[in-house]
Design a binder for this molecule. Structure first.
Ligand code: NDP
Length: 259
């Protein structure tokens, strides 16, 4: 066995929430390239189906699209059931689905706050609980939450307090879940990106003047990441390459938070 064999996901089954576009799509593609069967789980059925097909065509992996809102317990249960029926179990769950609302706290509505917390934090709880039950009954598994450097810093110039609270919540969630589920052979880690060029970052760029210039001025790498840059780290964190790692966060931010 060589060191690269530890990164092999051949025969593993992974659910990637928000796998239809942005970071989730790049992670879904990377896991498929590493050999995993991939389930693309997101709200928009059409783009989910298209992504699942394109990933299968590009990588030769078996894929499945599941129309699923991560805040809907029944939809998540149905996604888990469909995955087990098709592939026999779940080895990897990537909790990637996430949204941001750019609004100052003094003018933010309770609805705006709640939608962000429900999607980013409660959705991660609902998906982890459903997939974790399957992993427990099997040989264990891996949960990877896409957190953010925003769990640890204040972003500027845009306003986004609910988002940062939700991502900080994912840090506590990951610590406690890793501790509670270690006995079942389930590892839980977070991947915390900095700014990545997706729809999510575009939204931030549009609400504040010179946002991109301000962000890039803080990065040691001088420019935003592409979603594909997260793929190798996601493969590391979901494969046996990280077999001794649990309860940790890998920050991948082009040197933003070090400055
Ligand atoms: P995008 O806006 O490009 O994509 C968001 C994804 O989440 C889509 O696939 C969307 O699919 C899915 N999604 C949103 N809400 C739900 C829901 N309720 N149920 C199921 N799926 C949902 O964002 P990114 O790719 O940038 O973000 C992905 C993750 O990475 C998020 O958790 C984000 O917080 C995090 N992140 C992003 C950074 C960035 O700079 N871009 C930096 C750090 C972290 P659909 O609409 O079809 O449901």
């Amino acid at each position: 066995m060589t060191v690269l064999d530890a990164f092999d996901l051949d025969g593993q089954t992974a659910i990637v929430t928000g796998g239809n576009r942005g970071i989730g799509r790049a992670i879904a593609n990377a896991l498929a390239e590493a050999g995993a069967n991939v389930v693309v789980a997101n709200r928009d059925g059409e783009s989910g189906e298209a992504a699942a097909e394109e990933i299968a065509d590009a990588t030769g992996a078996d894929t499945l699209a599941a129309e699923c809102d991560v805040t809907d317990e029944d939809a998540v249960a149905a996604t888990v059931e469909a995955t087990v029926e098709r592939f026999g179990g779940i080895d990897v769950l990537v909790n990637n689905a996430g949204i941001v609302v750019h609004e100052a706290i003094e003018t933010m509505s309770l609805d705006e706050w709640s939608t962000v917390i429900e999607t980013n934090l409660t959705g991660t709880f609902i998906c982890s609980r459903a997939a974790g039950r399957e992993m427990m009954d099997d040989d264990g598994g891996v949960i990877l939450n896409v957190s953010s450097m925003s769990a640890f810093i204040a972003n500027y110039p845009q306003r986004q307090v609910a988002y940062n609270a939700s991502k900080a919540g994912l840090e506590g969630f990951k610590n406690q879940l890793a501790s509670e589920w270690a006995e079942y052979g389930i590892r839980v880690n977070n991947l915390a990106p900095g700014y990545v060029a997706t729809d999510n970052a575009d939204q931030g760029a549009q609400v504040a003047e010179n946002a991109v210039e301000t962000w890039e001025g803080e990065m040691l790498m001088d420019e935003m990441a592409t979603p594909e840059m997260l793929g190798p780290t996601a493969v590391y964190l979901t494969s046996d390459a990280s077999a001794y790692m649990t309860g940790e966060t890998v920050v991948l931010d082009g040197g933003y938070t070090v400055r």
